[in-house]
Design a protein around this ligand. Sequence first.
Ligand code: ADP
Ligand code: ZN
Ligand code: ZN
Length: 732
Amino acid sequence: MFADVIVDINNVEVDKIFEYSCFGSTVQAGSRVVVPFGSKVIEGIVIKTKEKSNYSPDKIKPILRVLEDIPALTEETLELMEYVCKTCYVTRAAALRLFLPSEMRKGKVKDHFVRYINLTDDINVEEVLLSMRKSAVKQKELIEYLKEKGKSLCTPLSDRFGASALNTIVKKGYAQITKEKYLRSPYKDLSTDKKSVSLTPKQLLAVNSVVNTDKTVSLIFGVTGSGKTEVYLNLINKTINAGKTAIMLVPEIALTPQMLKQLRARFGDNAAILHSGLSAGERFDEWWRLRNGEARIAIGARSAIFAPVENLGLIIIDEEHDGSYTSESSPRYSTIDVAKFRAQKNGAKLVLGSATPSVESYLNAIDGEYNLIELPDRINKKPLPEVEIADMRKEVRRGNNTPFSSILKVELDECLKNGNQAIIFLNQRGYSKTVICTECGHVQKCDSCDVSLTYHREDDALLCHYCGAKYKMITACTECGSPYIRYGGTGTERVVDELQKLYPKARILRMDRDTTQNKEGHFKILSQFANREADILVGTQMIAKGHDFPFVTLVGILDADMSLHFSDYRSGERTFQLLTQVAGRSGRAENAGKVVLQTYSPDNPVLRYAIKYDYINFFKQEISVRKATAFPPFTDVVRILISGEDDEKTLAVTKAVYEDLSIIYNLNRDKFRFFGCMKAPLKRLQNKFRYQVLMRITAKDRELLDEIFERADKYKTRAVSVFMEVNSNNLT
Ligand code: ADP
Ligand code: ZN
Ligand code: ZN
């Protein structure tokens, strides 16, 4: 027998299939193996086994070892890997990395075994104790302990009674040691609330609609608090009962514990969690529980779409519009596309849920490609919280230079006085967004990026939010030496500061990337707030999604227009989604909620629709703009990003790519709405100069994309990288 093997080296030159001979029947498609490669011995994965080889026997080297009894990859995931290679333009080895926990490659983490000791079954303890020497006190104590407690972990007993006592009773045959696999399971202390509810008629209709439709994809368009989660749980239950498996995705790691809690309450150990915030061992064990069928529900953020489950019956993508579902690092896969692929392969259902569906998904729904399900009312019949606009231009004219409008202050007073909780949202971490010299106007910038630095007071340092570089805070302007420095733009650190000044007694928590660095960091802050150990939660978009805090009656949105003025074609959509999500955190239980939205452009139509929660009219406007300006979903935005440390070389490559692609452009003018070449919006990042060839292509034309990619890819060198992306979320 022979095997086609992909070796675990992410390099275009070895992105081929290599043949090896197998020495037995244990080699299966999907098995991880160790093979000789050149002068080295490396890991690889078998993608196919076959009877005949194309090479003469003396040319073929043998597989040295098979790493696990069960093949790590299933047939379906092998196909999926090919799909990712083709659609994301990456090597097979790079695609492979999505499917295996990184710890598993190179054997960094293995099964964890622990030793147990237990008395031998057939001994008579009384007789044994009598027969022992008087001086063997520890041994006797240990035997008595085991008699009373039964099988116990070795390590603590060895500490307590001494290793020699333990070894001796084993040697004499009075006790025996067994090695057992120990499962490292994450979030052990998570409480499980077992409240079971019966579905409302609308929820029941939603469940039945997903089950009965002949369409693969269903879009549940339901306002925040309309009970979508309950619909998901019900569908999962049906899937499991039918003997199938399910994948449930949420947009942020921070939201996984909350969902896990609900899944564990209903499905116990059947739920396994996969995300990058777990420890290596935990991830490894959870992955294997799914792979060998012990767990049949995978929950996680984006990457859990690659969960190693077989016989998939259901995939749920909650908050489907969320930007996090498109990977920002290579391979830049679209989670929804991968989900569609898996659903189709398995004959499974894909459920997309959102209060603010992406423009593309909603268009698919009204065009009839998706099954559209609507949940327009909140479960508790409470109206969505009222939104009041605070015009910050007027506040500034009045001389208010704090981050809070007078309306927000009045509402905060009221909220805290009544013992309720408030959420203050601002999508900017750090103390101040920029540091500016008041004499010469110089803005402090990163040495390696074309980006202004953010002041972080906690570290008393200037940070580059793009490359992570950290600089000492300046005491004088680096240009003119003036000591007069001004802070420009407010960040979450400063908001906490100012709030504490206004409300010295209030307990305030901050949640942003800086306060959630360590493992389970999100989880701690959120549970503190949920347990009412704090009155105000200040945070970035991390706090916007999904969380259900019944005592929150006020949400303050400090800078609603922040994301409106990006040049990205999606900025209106993103802003609408974010504002609706944040507003939805207020008034979820008994007490009516309120939202104060601060803005410098109160007449902006996106904000106008957002404060009325008017998705439909927002959609109508947005889709007509996209159509008129030829942006997605009516075109594909294709960017070739060219970057390198040498500006001239990079520019030369850019021109060469541009000229080469011009050939395609000239042959297919009818398919192009735009074709151009320019500096990237972020001109320099991590010491690399950045240029782009930008295209908008009208027809969804895979072949044309492939041709563009193949041509551009040839210009890639060690010094200059050439990177292609389609409809990326981030065109900086
Ligand atoms: P969504 O996910 O749409 O924002 P949730 O599923 O979180 O909404 O539901 C909002 C609230 O309503 C939750 O507190 C949930 O426990 C409750 N809920 C959902 N369905 C029911 C039901 N059928 N009966 C009673 N309460 C429900
Ligand atoms: Zn200066
Ligand atoms: Zn930088």
